[in-house]
Design a protein around this ligand. Structure first.
Ligand code: ATP
Length: 327
């Protein structure tokens, strides 16, 4: 059996992640599972721990991130180049978009059970995106990335002390709405020069552009309803030429994925994207601030092995055919 490593962000979910880990650890001991656990001590630490584990030797390993989407993002960035690692996730944060998109239970004990079950099976191969910034720095994303208004909001949310307060009151999702309203009336839209697989598009008065590998972001918003994480293509969403008031209506409709029906919301598919702007825009990858535009994005098809309950399209088709054959 592969060696199992856990990387735990004790501060995720405003500290509730540490309590989650304390509840899960006895379960591992009961099952006689041998594991090594590492705790993050600062921002970015999960990336360096994951890279150290990945390069320790060439043995196959299972690396499980315990935390929020930010922890998953950091762990993935540390191990993504090493093919001997299978990635798993136990939710301990506040957003849980990775769970939604990859069909992982939001209850941590259930997520651990799923990991136990999946460990003996073939892990799913998932697409990932790499972002190259102007200074050639590289960041990978597994959920999505965004440039513009949405990245500014996620930057403000992550910096804010209100997140702690609202999470304590179990109203964490309200924080996005709070900053959206706060920034809505002062945000300056810009012209975005977008290139998708070599085809150029110019969008004026643009609020934001997102590139998605799975449908969910921002704590349950269905920004890219048709996105599939192993289909070799990204779903790109552009919101532009929208009045401030109408943006609010679009924002509400995103929770049901209905925003795509507005004429001001444009959707595309592609695997090589470049985003150029007339002034630098905030950029996030999996909800973590990474810098400013311009940038380029490249899709690596099925580049990451992940323990997830989601079936690939091919598996689902095979199963369907199999059950039909029986009739
Ligand atoms: N020991 C630590 N002290 C402070 N911050 C940390 C520590 N370890 C990790 N971090 C940072 O905590 C941030 C938040 O982590 P994460 O996103 O996993 O949790 P969350 O914000 O509660 O969940 P979500 O993103 O799902 O809403 C990340 O930017 C990460 O770099």
């Amino acid at each position: 059996m592969e060696q199992i490593y856990f990387i735990i962000n004790p501060k995720a979910g405003n500290g509730s992640c540490l309590k989650i880990w304390k509840r899960l650890e006895p379960e591992l001991k009961n099952k006689n599972i041998s594991y090594l656990a590492f705790f993050t001590e600062y921002q970015g630490h999960a990336t360096s721990i994951a890279a150290t584990i990945a390069t320790r030797d060439h043995e196959k390993k299972i690396l499980i991130a315990v935390g929020g989407d930010g922890t998953m993002h950091e762990v993935m960035n540390g191990m993504v180049k090493y093919k001997n690692i299978i990635l798993g996730f136990i939710p301990g944060g506040s957003g849980n978009d990775f769970c939604r998109g990859f069909q992982i239970p939001s209850e941590p004990a259930e997520a651990l059970e799923v990991i136990f079950r999946l460990m003996n099976k073939e892990a799913a191969s998932i697409d990932i995106g790499d972002i190259t910034m102007q200074d050639q720095a590289k960041y990978y994303f597994i959920n999505n990335m965004g440039a513009g208004f949405d990245a500014l909001i996620s930057y403000e949310v992550n910096q804010s002390r209100m997140k702690v307060l609202l999470n304590k009151l179990s109203m964490g999702r309200l924080i996005y709405s709070y900053f959206l309203l706060k920034k809505l009336f002062t945000y300056k839209c810009s012209t975005i020069d977008l290139s998708i697989d070599g085809k150029k598009h110019i969008f004026e008065h643009t609020w934001f552009v997102t590139v998605s590998n799975q449908p969910y972001y921002g704590g349950g918003m269905k920004i890219a309803p048709g996105s599939v994480p192993d289909d070799g293509i990204f779903d790109i969403t552009v919101v532009h030429q929208l009045s401030r008031l109408k943006l609010l209506v679009v924002f509400i409709s995103v929770f049901w994925g209905k925003h795509i029906h507005f004429k001001e919301v444009k959707t595309f598919k592609g695997s090589f994207v470049s985003i150029q702007t007339n002034s630098p825009l905030y950029v996030h990858a999996d909800g973590e601030f990474i810098g400013y535009t311009p940038l380029t994005i490249y899709l690596h098809s099925k580049a990451l092995k992940v323990l997830t309950r989601r079936q690939s399209k091919e598996d689902a088709n095979l199963k369907e055919r199999g059950s039909n054959d029986l009739n």
